[in-house]
Design a protein around this ligand. Structure first.
Ligand SMILES: NC(=O)c1ccc[n+]([C@@H]2O[C@H](COP(=O)([O-])OP(=O)(O)OC[C@H]3O[C@@H](n4cnc5c(N)ncnc54)[C@H](OP(=O)(O)O)[C@@H]3O)[C@@H](O)[C@H]2O)c1
Length: 340
């Protein structure tokens, strides 16, 4: 069932709420709503008790932050959730009851049957059926599926091995603050991350699971399969946290029955919206997190044949706060609006 509808005949514009407005994703999301010319009418900023009364500059206006609570959604059309999973679970049903659509950045609803998990360029058609809650994939998943989808359409994938290098802002403001603290004081103890992150690489993102995987690695596998509609896809992931402020990247090997040549890969990536090929090895041109920070495109490069498996090896990078989070969420809302 389509849930976005103009509830006041003849009026234009969309009334929007942002839960987690003061966070790393929330602030980027608010900035991008303005930058992209989103047809905003009302913008309601919501966060925790800590931020109530704080005023945030939004374009040429100053808006006050209110408490995110069940009766905060009256009159809204779309509510973006960029806070905690627990809060999404508690408040997204209240958004639906208020007649609005909840677009959730947390992992809470991603794998629920009936909840679309959407990267608009890849599976925007999944937005046709929903019950008021739409899930945004994990920030690492989005970059990976944007790079894999054109390859999957070209030559059905059989096996994918991905090693991700994830920036500290993937863990929000507390992640950024922990890196900065440790860069100033090498002895500052880890709290957000499982080991010191300054001058280090930590092979654990999110929680350690009893099966030897991390919860982040499970998310990457499960979400990629759901978005590509390939529950059978063999996919192995290793997720690493690196001392980069913004930008997630991944080294990937993708195998298919008919080998994908680097030239074919570059051609199908170039034709895919939102993907940009940055690949001139001899000229020292390749994707990096730093090059993609502040951009919406997913950069792909270093395409080469893997002699060991016959697969295609490549490297991709995306801005985890933009395409990995805010941009993707806004694109979902824009797609719903475009459908009227
Ligand atoms: N960072 C990324 O790259 C990324 C990418 C994809 C998805 N996500 C997801 O997006 C969400 C937000 O992440 P973030 O990185 O922006 O985190 P963050 O910087 O830590 O911000 C968290 C936000 O949630 C609010 N919040 C926390 N507890 C709350 C409560 N009990 N009631 C109301 N508001 C509460 C905070 O408000 P106060 O300021 O008032 O505390 C803040 O606005 C998370 O679900 C995360 O998994 C993040």
């Amino acid at each position: 069932m389509e849930r976005i509808e103009k509830r006041r005949d003849g009026e234009r514009g969309v009334d929007v709420g942002v839960v987690g407005a003061t966070g790393a994703v929330g602030e980027v999301l608010i900035r991008l709503l303005l930058e992209r010319g989103f047809p905003l009418r009302e913008l309601r900023l919501l966060a925790s008790e800590r931020s109530v009364g704080r005023r945030m500059r939004v374009g040429d206006r100053e808006l006050e932050v209110h408490r995110a609570e069940p009766d905060a959604f009256d009159g809204l059309d779309v509510v973006f959730f960029a806070a905690t999973g627990g809060l999404s679970k508690e408040l997204a049903p209240a958004v639906v009851r208020a007649g609005a659509v909840a677009i959730d950045k947390s992992s809470t609803f991603r794998m629920e049957p009936g909840v679309p998990l959407v990267v608009p360029e890849v599976n925007g058609q999944a937005l046709r059926e929903h019950d008021g809650i739409i899930a945004c994939p994990n920030c690492t998943t989005i970059g990976l599926v944007m790079a894999l989808a054109p390859l999957e359409a070209h030559a059905r994938l059989e096996r994918v091995v991905a090693t991700t290098l994830q920036s500290v802002s993937g863990a929000g403001r507390p992640g950024l603050e922990e890196l900065h603290r440790q860069l100033e004081d090498d002895a500052a103890p880890p709290g957000v991350f499982a080991a010191p992150i300054a001058r280090n690489v930590v092979p654990l993102c999110d929680r350690a699971m009893p099966d030897g995987w991390s919860s982040e690695e499970h998310k990457l596998v499960d979400e990629t399969r759901k978005i590509l509609d390939r529950p059978d896809l063999a996919l192995h992931a290793t997720c690493l946290r690196v001392p980069v402020e913004v930008g997630h990247s991944a080294s990937v090997i993708a195998e298919s029955a008919d080998a994908i040549s680097p030239a074919d890969a570059r051609a199908v990536w170039s034709a895919f919206p939102g993907v940009e090929v940055v690949d001139d090895w001899n000229a020292g041109v390749f994707p990096t997190p730093r090059a993609v920070e502040g951009r919406d495109a997913v950069l792909v490069g270093r395409a080469r044949s893997d002699a060991a498996t016959g697969g295609l090896a490549f490297f991709e990078a995306s801005d985890n706060l933009r395409k990995g989070a805010a941009t993707n969420a806004i694109q979902i809302a824009e797609t719903l609006i475009a459908r009227g």
